[in-house]
Design a protein around this ligand. Structure first.
Ligand code: SF4
Length: 368
């Protein structure tokens, strides 16, 4: 199975419950008419057909919390927006109790601990233990360099994954992270974690210069270490990153992922087949960024992991004060080329625009 049964069942139950009983206060500014700003309007109505609001209208709830306990990092990766956007607070950390309070406040069943380099957070072991105690699933996103040093602070758990960043094979990964030797340390970290009984995923960002044959080579290379899964997504053009040359347009993304089904069939790729169809230009999905809220040193960040137009004190403020209908392709120029999983994969989980065949496709993918 792609995911542990407990994770699949837990997530399915959570989504079902929230669809049946959405919290009314989170739906306050939902656009309920059939106007052009409706974020759920995916397909234009056929001639003579009256447009109906999507059945998911007014059903906002979070699925994955992006928790950034700090923004400090030991690397300066070329495509990273965080170390640039948060330069002024780079030395600050979210206290442990505040991180756990954010997990409780949000209630998302999955927590992605990111940053910065979260393995530099002094209480990272306590933080993961506290989240697991709350029965949440964790992806700990790391460059892998500190796994060897800090592995004793963690205990293997079927709800916990190390998610190691690898953008290519040795030469190109080290160029992307702007330091030699990082690839080897990351791979060593993967091996150590696997030997200690942990589940390990990798996380790859595709840039303009990425050769997808190298990504296939990377996945093949990682097979020997029994890596549990691979996450992959196109890069987003952060305004904080000057180098416009490295980011992709939607056409570039479609071209990069055109042949990706073949790779996804061979390796344990974690992205859903419906999100892949979106990347390939075979399916439209709306942005549902509220599915992946971000919490960091400045509070709840909106509208999404990528754009910061607001920082809110409470999760409720994020949900009710963000003008969600103003974002997404066609609504905001900054969203035009975005196909990041944090904006669009929640739409798949919500079942937006999915028919019976799509649900069967998802089931087959999960059971594979
Ligand atoms: S389309 Fe992308 S950049 Fe725009 S709000 Fe959604 S996730 Fe953020």
């Amino acid at each position: 199975m792609k995911f542990p049964l407990s994770m699949t069942a837990g997530l399915a139950g959570y989504i079902f419950r929230n669809k049946m009983r959405p919290r009314p206060e989170w739906q306050k500014n939902a656009v309920r008419d059939a106007g052009s700003a409706n974020p759920f309007r995916i397909l234009p109505p056929k001639a003579g057909e009256k447009h109906q609001p999507h059945p998911m209208i007014g059903k906002r709830f979070p699925i994955v919390l992006m928790l950034e306990p700090l923004h400090a990092c030991n690397l300066t990766c070329t495509g990273c927006g965080r170390i640039r956007e948060y330069e002024s607070t780079i030395t600050e950390r979210v206290p442990l109790e505040e991180c756990l309070a954010a997990v409780d406040e949000c209630g998302a069943p999955v927590v992605s601990i990111c940053g910065g380099e979260p393995m530099m957070y002094p209480q990272i072991g306590e933080l993961t233990a506290g989240i697991l105690q709350r029965n949440r699933h964790i992806y700990l996103c790391t460059n892998g360099m500190f796994i060897k040093k800090r592995i004793r602070e963690f205990t293997p758990d079927k709800r916990f994954y190390f998610n190691v960043h690898l953008d290519g094979m040795r030469k190109n990964h080290d160029i992307a992270v702007e330091r030699e030797g990082v690839f080897d340390l990351a791979v060593e970290g993967i091996q150590i974690a696997k030997k200690a009984g942990f589940q390990v995923c990798t996380n790859t960002t595709v840039y303009k210069e990425t050769d997808m044959r190298e990504i296939e080579e990377l996945f093949e290379y990682l097979r020997q270490f029994h890596v549990d899964g691979h996450q992959i997504a196109p890069a987003y053009g952060y305004s904080a990153v000057d180098d416009r040359e490295i980011f992709l347009t939607r056409d570039d993304i479609r071209e990069k992922f055109r042949d990706f089904d073949r790779i996804a069939a061979k390796y344990p790729v974690r992205q859903t087949p419906l999100y892949m169809e979106f990347l390939q230009g075979r399916r439209e999905l709306p942005c549902t960024a509220w599915g992946n809220p971000t919490y960091n040193i400045k509070g709840w960040k909106g509208p999404c992991y990528l754009i910061t137009d607001g920082q809110y004190k409470t999760f409720e403020d994020l949900m009710t004060r963000t003008p969600w209908e103003s974002y997404g392709p066609g609504n905001d120029p900054r969203c035009e080329h975005c196909m990041m999983h944090c904006g669009f994969e929640p739409s798949v989980a919500y079942g937006i625009n999915a028919g019976v065949a799509d649900n069967l496709k998802m089931l087959a993918w999960m059971l594979r």
